[in-house]
Design a protein around this ligand. Structure first.
Ligand code: UDX
Ligand code: ADP
Length: 450
């Protein structure tokens, strides 16, 4: 009954998801494997310095690791021993060949499929967790079952967790989605996956569909969310030009029950590993089925996002008399959002590069993302990395707040003012600081959409 689980890929999705599955299914053995030995060592580290930062994750790992949750590099052994395989390997946007810049690079997924086929010694369920183009499952099913000795049934169980709230999202999901073949064996396989989640998720929140619907839903859900961010950012530019206040506009728009208040915060644009990749994927899919207008529509969401990030530096330049060469600009926050150390596609990266092109002197501070920031900006000269916000602000001409870390509003802004060169400018791209209080101290303050 309680079948063993393996997850291939110990990243942002595989790690937290399997930790929660292990916590809520104490009688199942859950093994997370990865080709990256350093990553596995970090998951296994005695002092719990896990490879990713996620609030609440350490507690779940402390509770389960060594009991029914294991991290290992022994992919072959893990595949042999388990009945259910989740695949959470990375599927970045292709950088070469057909679909470069748009389609997903499936080489890691395919390599994994071939490993599963090679090492399997019994029938297994193979469950997609990574975001993948629609119909990938069918391709994988073909690879896996071509001259195979065992039946490998492919299902799709897309992950909807958001970084920074992953543990909460996993423990109290709005919904869990499981897609499977509509054959009797497929339906039985879906039920096996339903059982894993039903140990803590109310049955009515576990939705089942066919495989393709599940794959497409993931792309569509992320595209809808990204589209909301681009829509409010498009309104933000108009607010700046006309004297309206985007936060007021968003509050009133969101009061309409049909629209709702979430995901209406104007800011520096969306980052993270999912939104851009998934919207590009969706646009590519539309394009490849001849739906050019639909493809263009979704590409508009990306274009708007890029425009938003460019606008930040353009506005900063204008405010600083069209030159920031040799002026010091402190970036407060480098993660793509608060409560994560993840910097993939972070707007702060784009802004840092634009500032470097203008020959600014950059200092970067972030409570969790500095190790990633250092790697991301390794090729740039004139960038300093400071753990301490006050050190980052010392002698700065401007602070650009990029990430809405919760402690930023509570910093000693009087002290920061005293450390900066005058006129001290704060560009709060998250609209999270008290602008009136800052102005009272003497700062020049800029916001998004005001
Ligand atoms: C997203 C989806 O929310 C999640 O369901 C999916 O599984 C993966 O992609 P994530 O990228 O981790 O999760 O974070 P999310 O909270 O969605 O934020 C994405 C980006 O949009 C961030 O850069 C965030 O700052 C930005 N954002 C979000 C806004 O600018 N305004 C908002 O109102 C909301
Ligand atoms: P995500 O955000 O989708 O979880 P990550 O990049 O954080 O993506 O994690 C994906 C993980 O998958 C990485 O740790 C990577 O080493 C691992 N991986 C990629 N290919 C394979 C493979 N063939 N076998 C095992 N692990 C793999």
């Amino acid at each position: 009954m309680n079948k063993n689980i393996v997850c291939i890929g110990a990243g942002y999705i595989g790690g937290p998801t399997m930790a929660v599955i292990a916590k809520m299914n104490p009688t199942r053995k859950v093994v997370v494997v990865d080709i990256n030995a350093e990553r596995i060592a970090a998951w296994n580290s005695a002092d719990y310095s896990l490879p990713i930062y996620e609030p609440g994750l350490v507690d779940v790992v402390k509770e389960t690791r060594g009991k029914n949750l294991f991290f290992s590099t022994d992919i072959e052994g893990a595949i042999k021993e388990c009945d259910i395989i989740f695949v959470g390997v990375n599927t970045p946007t292709k950088t070469f060949g057909r679909g470069a810049g748009m389609a997903s690079d499936l080489q890691y997924w395919e390599a994994t499929a071939r490993e599963i086929k090679k090492f399997a010694t019994s029938d297994k369920l193979v469950i997609e967790k990574s975001t993948l183009p629609v119909r990938t499952a069918a391709a994988m099913e073909a690879i896996l079952n071509d001259h195979a000795k065992y039946r490998l049934t492919v299902l799709s169980n897309p992950e909807f967790l958001a970084e920074g709230t992953a543990i909460k999202d996993l423990l109290e999901p709005d919904r869990v989605l499981i897609g499977g073949p509509t054959t009797p064996e497929g339906l039985a396989a879906v039920e096996e996956v339903v059982d894993i989640y039903a140990s803590w998720v109310p049955r009515e929140k576990i939705l089942t569909t066919n495989v393709w619907s599940a794959e497409l839903t993931k792309l569509a859900a992320n595209a809808f969310l990204a589209q909301r961010v681009s829509s409010i950012n498009a309104i933000a530019g108009l607010c700046e030009a006309t004297g309206a206040d985007v936060d007021e506009v968003a509050r009133v728009i969101g009061a309409d029950g049909r629209i709702g208040p979430k995901f209406l915060k104007a800011g520096p644009g969306f980052g993270g590993s999912c939104f851009k990749k998934d919207v590009l994927n969706l646009a590519y899919l539309c394009e490849s089925f001849g739906l050019h207008t639909a493809a263009e529509y979704w590409m508009g969401v990306i274009k708007m996002n890029e425009h938003q990030q460019e606008r930040i530096v353009t506005r900063l330049l204008k405010e600083m008399f069209n030159t920031i060469a040799n002026k010091k600009v402190a970036l407060f926050g480098f993660a793509f959002k608060a409560d994560t150390g993840d910097t993939r596609e972070t707007p702060a990266g784009t802004v840092a590069r634009n500032l470097a092109e203008e020959h600014a002197l950059i200092s970067v501070t972030d409570p969790k993302a500095l190790p990633n920031a250092k790697k991301d900006l390794a090729d740039l000269a004139n960038v300093a990395f400071e753990e301490d916000e006050y050190a980052a602000a010392t002698d700065a001409d401007a602070i650009v707040l990029m990430t809405d870390w919760r402690h930023y509003p509570a910093l000693d802004w009087k002290k920061i003012f005293s450390l900066m060169r005058k006129p001290a400018l704060v560009f709060d791209t998250r609209n999270c600081l008290d602008a009136a209080a800052l102005r009272e101290i003497g700062f020049k303050v800029m916001n998004i959409g005001k």
